[in-house]
Design a protein around this ligand. Structure first.
Ligand code: FUB
Length: 321
């Protein structure tokens, strides 16, 4: 039955339906760069559609009450609703603010400042959209400090400030967002884009705060190969400096390859942490044949992240209610 369900889902015949599926991958279909969020008492995952390059022009979303039963919401943001986006729509970052949901995305995979594209932001009244372009143009539409404007993550600090951390081509920048997300503000040092690139950084940053410390995580290696992986650093400020501590997620030749570009769920009640990431099934070598998985993440008594064991079993049900 599960195989029939997977096939129907892959074929789009069960769009919007709920499919019970314990284990990794957590839902069927080629998806990557998963963004984890908890909205309205549900777990949400917003991934890149890991179809052929020219077909990466829309995003689906997934919701779950318990990390096991997932509902697919099709086409929550589509290039047809973003006048300047033509291709390569990647790596969602979601924020709930003042009753609205904001969906940060990259589009067009720009190679230089003459091309139109970069990081945009769309807005909706509900987590499942439909999302509409907020600005009518990219929020970050040029290279700064050598960082390709892709792979955004939005972090809300305890003082209410929103920061965007982003960057491909081996450079990570942080910028403070204006309150209405219409652009970036000026940082205390007078700059708008501060480079915080740690050693070995490639792309896919993610930030959270725990016990007063700022954790920056990122992907290393090449995303098309088996060695893609995740490492991290800890700092006293979101602006760094971030010194690499070590790798905490990587392939397991008995389970999957290319494990990387992740985000995290933190269930405050019970203080449970999960890492949500993409990986390539064993035997698959096509670059975009990526699936989304969830495994437990934990910390040692020093606050260091314990290396994650990637599994086929995935996680146990963890109802939010
Ligand atoms: O999914 C497209 C690209 O692949 C992302 O932007 C990178 O982080 C890598 O995962």
């Amino acid at each position: 039955m599960r195989n029939i369900g997977k096939w129907l889902l892959a074929a789009g015949l069960m769009a919007g339906s709920t499919v019970a599926q314990a284990g990794n991958p957590v839902f069927s279909g080629w998806y990557a760069d998963p963004e984890a969020a908890i909205f309205e008492g549900q777990y949400w995952i917003f991934p890149t559609t890991s179809a052929a390059y020219a077909e990466q022009t829309y995003f689906d979303a997934f919701s779950s009450p318990d990390l096991v039963h997932w509902t697919r919401h099709r086409d929550v943001l589509d290039a047809k609703d973003v006048q300047w986006a033509k291709k390569a729509m990647w790596a969602p970052a979601l924020v709930a603010k003042d009753g609205k949901y904001y969906f940060f995305f990259a589009a067009n995979d720009i190679q230089n400042d003459k091309e139109v594209g970069g990081i945009g932001v769309a807005v909706a009244d509900k987590p499942q959209g439909p999302y509409r372009d907020l600005l009518g143009k990219p929020l970050i539409g040029a290279f700064h400090n050598g960082a390709q404007p892709i792979d955004q993550f939005v972090f809300k600090d305890s003082d209410g400030a929103y920061y965007i951390i982003y960057g491909g081509w081996g450079h990570a920048n942080i910028a403070r967002l204006k309150d209405d997300f219409s652009g970036v503000a000026t940082l205390p040092d007078g700059s708008q884009y501060k480079e915080i690139t740690p050693q070995n950084y490639v792309e896919g940053p993610c930030m959270f705060k725990r016990d007063g410390k700022y954790y920056l995580m990122w992907s290393e290696g090449g995303w098309t190969g088996p060695d893609y992986s995740v490492a991290y650093a800890i700092a006293d400020s979101p602006l760094g400096p971030f010194k690499r501590i070590g790798k905490i997620l990587q392939q397991d030749p008995a389970v999957a390859t290319g494990a990387g570009h992740h985000s995290v769920f933190h269930v405050e009640k019970g203080d449970r942490w999960y890492i949500v990431y993409h990986r390539r099934p064993l035997g698959e070598t096509a670059a975009n044949h990526r699936v989304v998985a969830i495994d437990r993440m934990s910390f040692d008594t020093q606050g260091h992240i314990v290396p994650v064991k990637i599994t086929n079993e995935g996680v146990a049900p963890d109802p939010l209610h």
